[in-house]
Design a protein around this ligand. Structure first.
Ligand code: CP
Length: 304
């Protein structure tokens, strides 16, 4: 179904395709996949820092018997000598079967996909999209709630620069979620996403404090205030600790409410929360493996 397709943005997916990827991930989680991608090569081109996305893609490929080449940080590559992204992609398409790329520029993944003969997976482009995080987030929500339809979700923190919430809001709209966007005014969800929700008649709320929503939602999706994306660091200082989730705040939570976070966290979830039954962010990070195994295998045609 997805063979040779790129994964660049939520807008590239139908609901049917999303459900198919999640179903494939569930199936792959239960069986031996150790020979599935034998002889295939994944290139990880990480022009920006990453722990989870890069390592979980590498682990996924290795668990399926494939190999990995790549780099982390452009200073060790010919990009530092002035090579263009286009030329880098034209070279790597001759070395690998599939690419996952992270880049600081919005739209760079689309540009790479247009240049490339092999599938390109967007591992995060600037503050734009992070579609494979969205897929593992949906997988996590399904595992924790048993369904995706008609849930209530709060997204908290940096909704302006947080690419994960941009992808997730669009995805949850497909499943008729009621959404609470909890952020200071200057970090609220971009207008283009709100307009899309309005067109789809999605019930959403703009909120400026967490306390009001914790008791109402099934998923509390925390995010980091993204210091590296602020043009003015003084503006970052004003908002950096605006939301800090602690144990006391969880007193009104529904019994099966789960806290998610794409990670890394800085101060926005106190470590005392980690042992609460609501904490689900480490499970979420680990679900990156079956989901990314499914993505690689589907794009390469190693599973149908
Ligand atoms: N969630 C996520 O993208 O984490 P990394 O930045 O560590 O890849």
């Amino acid at each position: 179904m997805l063979k040779k397709k790129d994964i660049i943005s939520i807008s590239d997916f139908t609901k049917e395709e999303i459900l198919y990827i999640l179903k494939t991930a569930e199936e792959m989680n239960k069986k031996d996949c150790s020979e599935l991608c034998k002889g295939k090569i994944l290139a990880t081109l990480f022009f920006e820092p990453s722990t989870r996305t890069r390592l979980s893609f590498e682990t996924s490929m290795k668990r399926m018997g494939g190999s990995v080449i790549g780099f982390s940080g452009e200073e060790s590559t010919s990009r530092s000598k002035g090579e263009s992204l286009y030329d880098t992609i034209k070279i790597v398409e001759g070395y690998a079967d599939i690419v996952v790329m992270r880049h600081k520029v919005d739209g760079s993944a689309r540009l790479a996909a247009e240049a490339s003969k092999i599938p390109i997976i967007n591992g995060g482009d600037g503050s734009n999209q992070h579609p494979t995080q969205m897929l593992l987030d949906l997988y996590t929500i399904k595992q924790s709630q048993g369904k995706l339809e008609n849930l209530k979700i709060a997204m908290v923190g940096d909704l302006k620069y947080g690419r994960t919430v941009h992808s997730l809001a669009a995805a949850m709209a497909m499943f008729n979620a009621e959404m609470y966007f909890v952020a200071p005014e200057q970090l609220q969800m971009p207008n283009y996403i709100i307009e899309d929700l309005q067109k789809s008649n999605i019930n959403y709320h703009i909120v400026d404090n967490m306390q009001d929503v914790i008791g109402k939602v099934d998923i509390l999706y925390m995010t980091r205030i993204q210091k590296e994306r602020f043009p003015d660091l003084q503006e970052y200082e004003k908002v950096k600790n605006v939301f800090i989730l602690n144990k006391k705040l969880l007193e009104t939570a529904k019994p099966n409410m789960k806290i998610m976070h794409p990670l890394p966290r800085v101060n926005e979830i106190s470590e005392e929360v980690d042992i609460e039954p609501h904490a689900y962010y480490f499970n979420q990070a680990h679900y990156g493996i079956p989901v990314r195994m499914a993505i690689i295998a589907l794009l390469l045609g190693c599973v149908k």
